[in-house]
Design a protein around this ligand. Structure first.
Ligand code: HEC
Length: 105
């Protein structure tokens, strides 16, 4: 492998801020049936939310670790960021449900 390839690959990883460049954990934890039951939200809604979180919410910055902010902080952040990402109502609801399923405080 040529050096240019190595440097290119490393900078893509750095740009995406992906742990090990192969996984979005823990910034975007996977949805499981147990999480859906605990959150009392349809698992399809949570999967949709995770998709938005990992595609639309990373257009300007890396995906934030959800537990870094409290529920109250997310309630203030999400409407602003939904505007930034130009989400429609269904996408807004889904990403909100996803984030709220993983807040810890
Ligand atoms: C169009 C660019 C853009 C998109 C898309 C975007 N953000 Fe942001 N985000 C920003 C900017 C700029 C800041 C820092 C300044 C600010 O807070 O407005 C920020 C800050 C944040 C912060 C730090 C807390 C804070 O209030 O500053 C969080 C958390 C966050 N974004 C989450 C998200 C989520 C979740 C989404 C998807 C719904 C998202 N962002 C989509 C531009 C964006």
């Amino acid at each position: 492998m040529r050096i240019a390839h190595v440097v290119g690959y490393a900078s893509i990883c750095a740009a995406l801020h992906l742990a090990g460049c192969g996984s979005l954990e823990p910034s975007a934890p996977a949805v499981t049936p147990a999480v859906a039951v605990a959150a009392r939200v349809d698992i399809g809604e949570l999967e949709h939310g995770r998709l938005i979180y990992t595609t639309r919410c990373v257009e300007c910055h890396a995906a934030e670790r959800i537990p870094r902010y409290s529920r109250a902080e997310w309630m203030e952040i999400l409407p602003r960021m939904a505007d930034e990402a130009r989400l429609n109502d269904a996408q807004d609801r889904a990403v909100r449900a996803y984030v709220m399923a993983f807040v810890t405080r």
